[in-house]
Ligand binder design. Structure first.
Ligand code: SF4
Length: 76
């Protein structure tokens, strides 16, 4: 389960976030490219924009369900 006390610093505020457990597999940036991207050094993903419609929310939920290390959280 993702830890909201251990978020990647680059996340924008809001319900979805990536925590420091991310292994940089890029699955979420492929599943939800409108909301997740890699940090500049490409070590971890982060949420650069919170979902703004049902389609983006679904993509973010899919990314959260698919993350191999449960590093994506949704506090919404
Ligand atoms: S799917 Fe999970 S481990 Fe892979 S880049 Fe995204 S947050 Fe990191």
């Amino acid at each position: 389960m993702a830890d909201n006390e251990n978020k990647v610093a680059e996340n924008v505020p809001g319900p979805f976030y990536v925590d420091e457990g991310c292994i940089g597999c890029r699955l979420c940036t492929n599943d939800a490219p409108d909301n997740f991207r890699m940090t500049e050094d490409e070590s971890t993903a982060f949420v650069f924009k919170q979902p703004e419609n049902d389609s983006e929310t679904k993509d973010c939920e899919n990314a959260r369900d698919s993350c191999p290390v449960d590093a994506i959280g949704n506090d919404g």
